[in-house]
Design a binder for this molecule. Structure first.
Ligand code: ADP
Ligand code: MG
Length: 243
């Protein structure tokens, strides 16, 4: 059958993300990513750090297939993202959970509805939704706040709702782009501890952050970008201080 291509299996069985010589240029300005090589195994926890403008969000958008590479190749969960067909993208994205700095909740829906919405998109039954949403809200410490609207919640609570929504469909990979950027230190720590717990339960977690204190304390893999180039990639790394 024309057009039916089998998904290529990745070289290493454990490898869930593979970027090979990835360049990404926007129509204006210097390239946002230059010759990036990055390999992430199933179950890893990875921080992506670097100054503003270094290409972190571009990398996240490539992983989500919101953007495509200018050159090089990117493979996520066995999908070659330069070749994936448009109609396959929703199915691909079902295995990804995403959280952002600005929470992006539905403002006119309550907490329960914000999380249930993600399950409706993937056509879960009412029965499953009634089981999954409360248990996910309990995991993020929001049992008892089901009926609150986003504006009635603190920033930390709103990010927990966003996290519950990202996780309720049990994604293989969780991508977080500066998830603590709008939070105070206490809430930042709580969100990071939740991300760590989610990772311990088997989800591959990739976190973009500027929070040097947390990065230094958590002793995870740290990938540092500078002007679109990976300048370091260390197991149990720290935040690289630049002048
Ligand atoms: P970071 O998330 O590390 O702050 P970004 O990935 O957002 O960095 O941006 C990397 C570079 O690409 C920056 O120079 C930025 O100005 C540029 N850039 C990002 N998005 C666009 C866009 N849509 N069009 C043109 N340039 C962009
Ligand atoms: Mg960014």
């Amino acid at each position: 059958m024309a057009g039916k291509k089998k998904r290529k299996s990745t070289a290493a069985q454990n490898e869930i993300i593979n970027l090979t010589n990835v360049c990404k240029a926007y129509s204006t300005g210097a390239p946002a990513l230059k010759d990036v090589n990055l390999h992430i195994n199933r179950g890893e926890f990875v921080f992506i750090v670097g100054d503003s403008g270094s290409g972190k969000s571009t990398l996240i958008k490539l992983l989500l297939r919101e953007l495509t590479v200018t050159s090089g190749s990117i493979n996520v969960m066995g999908y070659d993202l330069s070749r994936i067909r448009h109609r396959k993208i929703p199915k691909f994205r079902r295995n990804l959970g995403v959280v952002f700095q600005d929470f992006r909740l539905l403002k006119d829906r309550n907490v329960y509805e914000n999380v249930a919405f993600a399950q409706r998109i993937v056509q879960k039954s009412g029965k499953e939704i009634k089981r999954n949403v409360p248990s996910m809200l309990a995991v993020v410490g929001l049992a008892g706040k089901y009926k609150a609207k986003p504006r009635q919640l603190s920033g930390g609570e709103q990010q927990r709702v966003a996290l519950a929504r990202a996780l309720v469909n049990q994604p293989t990979i969780l991508l977080a782009d500066e998830p603590t950027g709008n939070l105070d230190p206490k809430n930042s720590w709580e969100i990071m501890k939740l991300l760590e717990q989610i990772n311990e339960n088997g989800t591959t977690v990739i976190v973009v952050t500027h929070n040097r204190e947390i990065v230094n304390a958590m002793q995870k893999r740290v990938v540092t970008l500078k002007k679109g180039v990976v300048i370091s990639d260390e197991e149990k790394g720290g935040y690289i201080d630049e002048d």
